[in-house]
Design a protein around this ligand. Sequence first.
Ligand code: DQQ
Length: 480
Amino acid sequence: MFRHTYHLTPPSGWMNDPNGFCFFNGKYHLFYQHNPFAPKWGKMYWGHATSDDLVVWEHHEIALKPDTFWENFLGCFSGSAVEFKNELNLLYTGFSLRGQFQLRAFSKDGYHYAKNKLPVIGPRDLPPGGGSLHFRDPKVFIKGNDFYCLLGGRFKDRKLKQKGSQISLYSSTDLNSWKFIGILLRDDVTEDGIFECPDYACIDGKDVLFASPMFYKNNNLHDFENLHPVVYIPGSLDHKKGIFLPDFSGNEKYFELDGGTDFYASQSMTSPDGRIILTAWMQMWKRTMPTAVEGWAGAMIFPRELTYENGSLLQNPVREIEKYRRNPVLIKNHTFEKSISFEGVKGSICDIEIKIDLLNSSVFGIKFFQGALDNLICASLQYDRNTNELTFDRSNTVVKIQSLHKKETQNSIRTTELFLNNNTLHLRILLDRSSIEIFAQNGLKTITSLVYNNDMDDGIEFFCDKSSRVIELYKYDIIV
Ligand code: DQQ
């Protein structure tokens, strides 16, 4: 009932972080943290899917099973993929009873993997101040002729009496022996956790570091309302010296990658045509998961193209989705008061784009997944020009999600700061049965959330406090 159609979900069982996102032998490969036995987290396997276009996915046999000494505690944790000598190589964390170490698996066809006997970054290669209890999620990238690898972990400096989380950088020429190069980031913003799933991409010439800090200390009025966000840090990377210089300092250096309720552990890759493409886990830790009764839990976001323009990171859905747009509806230059629904503009598996002039209104919003029988049931998005806030609210939906961690006070309302552009608001919205992804002002801010309503709740209503003008509105069904 809740299963998405054009978002990757596990065939059954559990899915969390995307792993090994890459293009190999003519196909996109996406692996993921997987428990094949139950729709809950457990000893980790790597599930595997491929796609020709990032929209339609084909499932394959499990790629990695926890069957070695190095994986004998909690299995095969997150990692990444890189091509070398015509083989696809997976670098990942084995969680053994002795701790977390970095392992390598390799494959000629991309589907069947052999493993190195010993860790490639092992007990003797820990970074300064680091330990092996938390040392994970290798993300490999190439610079020049060399491989580089980011790792998240904790640090403790007894002399300076400091502790926290760090991202370290290693390099290699053959993926087997790795040399520690430097610490790119050290901070205590993660309370007990670490910077999980570190990532790096050079986007339109700008170096950007990404990470998923567990229990990020919230000190921003608008952002970071999830206990575990994804942050990005624009800056400059000196990969030879192992130094990353952020463009901003202090807490200002962390930007939240997505302002919704369900977004974590992002991973990027470069497509054959040079685009930086990002995926992420569309779920959140420590909450009830209503899909578990259907035998599955966890999904991926719809992949995004990242660009860096005029000092800002922009995220937009990959253009491949346009091939699956059906039944177009176009509304142009329509002024309305208070509220309106348009003929044909409804659905729960669709792609919507709207440009709105707020005219004399202070508030403009959209209701989604509106109840067929009770129109108070809905998820809503509201922009308030007095506060410059874009607010998403899923508190009036049928199935409520419970927070299972005492520090999370609510999981249904999220607000992010956003400014109008010459009085206009531009929104692109993807709905897929139980998910909503909002790309505001050409992808400057995004909000990703899960919404659990009845199948037939597909009403869409636009509202404002005075009058507003729809400059242009497109709605397409997405049929895969
Ligand atoms: N999930 C994996 C870890 C990673 C965490 C385990 C992030 O490798 O640090 O499933 O969600």
